[in-house]
Design a protein around this ligand. Structure first.
Ligand code: PMP
Ligand code: GLN
Length: 394
């Protein structure tokens, strides 16, 4: 009998919390997905393509119509000049795009600068590719890096930096000065940036998303990753975009061909149509989300929670310590889902070392009823936590 083989990879916090929410019938403000089903016209295109369209393998790099639509979308919205034929690859979600980038580009021993809190997929994939992560810890409430932090992390072995902007879970959209600083270091140290910009279209108020690839010297040293799932609130679709200069794209495509080879053509067709016909959606969607963000934030503040700012993504954070809750975020989240019926994400799960343990992430891309139920249940969880502490102290 062979020895059983166990994976040393952890279960992601998103699945753990969604699993508990499903089992316990809790309101789920944990994993990031909207209550709403997404734009009907785009879903209708996909349905039509399933029934009447071509359902065999599309070209490995993606349908030309979608690659053209991606290049045109980024030209319109971000002023980029991507050549669809040599610089755009379609992947099965941003997750596959990230995996392709790490597996194609990282050589064993390469150092990769990564910011904490870190999106759950980065570190396991970087390590499987042989990379050595160098962590830069960002702290609430501003979650910003500075020159000293970057200089401490970059060494002569640094070959890559991974940037997630707008940031999940922090809800920050980096100002130009921070991006310029990072670009300056990348150019000076000959480092390539892998830019996870899946939230680029989900930005509120006066905040503006600027792609790192648009900064001086970065055009040839950036891999820009996007996701139709986030653009259109269709998170289960898993249609991603990998954009990079031709030589990088050539390497990325070599990894993509052995990961998934292609992405469902019916969804690709629908996303291509969506990118060409969604100016109204791209205007309205952030406004609706901003209203939901404000509803959740106001409700939580009324219940005594300290709420951090959110300029983008589906998420806002509460500071437990500043809300009178002394138990660590993970304990609070387990209590919230088990005793009060609401799931949330403890942000410490997204740190590998020196975890910040007082921050809880909440998803607001939800209907008003879901948000209101979530607020009441979080208030209950806070009450139970405070009561328990007083009993312990008393
Ligand atoms: N990166 C970040 C920062 C994300 O938040 C997500 C999904 N929430 C992804 C990547 C994965 O995107 P996809 O579903 O397109 O694989
Ligand atoms: N990106 C989603 C989130 O942050 C989760 C995606 C996943 O479960 N892998 O909630």
């Amino acid at each position: 009998m062979p020895n059983p083989i166990f994976s040393n990879l952890p279960t992601t916090i998103f699945e753990e919390m969604s699993g508990l929410a499903r089992t316990l019938g809790a309101v789920n403000l944990g994993q990031g997905f909207p209550d709403d089903p997404g734009p009907e016209a785009i879903r209708a295109r996909a349905a039509d393509a399933v029934l009447n369209g071509y359902n065999q393998y599309p070209p490995m790099a993606g349908l030309p119509e979608l690659r053209q639509a991606v290049a045109a979308h980024y030209a319109r919205t971000q002023g980029l000049d991507l050549d669809w034929a040599s610089e755009v690859t379609i992947t099965s979600g941003a997750t596959e795009a990230l995996a392709a980038a790490f597996l194609a580009l990282i050589e064993p021993g390469d150092e990769v600068v990564v910011f904490q809190p870190v999106y759950d997929a980065y570190l396991p994939l970087i390590r499987r590719a042989g990379g050595v992560p160098k962590l830069v810890s960002l702290q609430p409430p501003r979650w910003r890096f500075d020159r000293a932090m970057l200089e401490a992390a970059f060494t002569e072995r640094t070959r890559f930096v991974v940037l997630n902007n707008p940031n999940n879970p922090a809800g920050t959209v980096l100002p130009d000065e921070d991006l310029a600083l990072l670009a300056e270091l990348c150019v000076a140290r000959d480092v390539t940036a892998i830019c996870d910009e899946v939230w680029e279209q989900v930005v509120f108020g006066s905040a503006r998303h600027r792609p790192l690839i648009a900064f001086p010297g970065m055009r040839e040293r950036c891999v820009k990753i996007g996701s139709a799932g986030k653009m259109f609130g269709l998170t289960g679709w898993k249609v991603g975009f990998l954009c990079a200069a031709p030589e990088l794209t050539h390497s990325l495509a070599r990894a993509h061909q052995f990961l998934t080879f292609t992405t469902p053509p019916n969804l690709q067709t629908a996303v291509a149509w969506g990118l060409q016909n969604s100016d109204d959606w791209f205007r309205q969607m952030p406004r609706d989300l901003e209203r939901s963000r404000d509803r959740l934030a106001e409700g939580l503040k009324r219940e005594g929670f300290a709420v951090l700012a959110s300029a983008g993504t589906y998420f806002l954070n509460v500071d437990l310590a500043a809300s009178g809750v002394t138990e660590p975020d993970r304990d609070f989240c387990l209590r919230a889902v088990k005793e009060a019926g609401v799931a949330a994400i403890p942000v410490s799960a997204l740190y590998e070392e020196d975890a910040v343990t007082a921050i809880v992430r909440l998803c607001f891309s939800k209907r008003d009823e879901t948000l209101d139920a979530g607020i009441a249940r979080l208030a209950r969880a806070r009450e139970l936590s405070v009561q328990d502490r007083m009993v312990g102290e008393g």
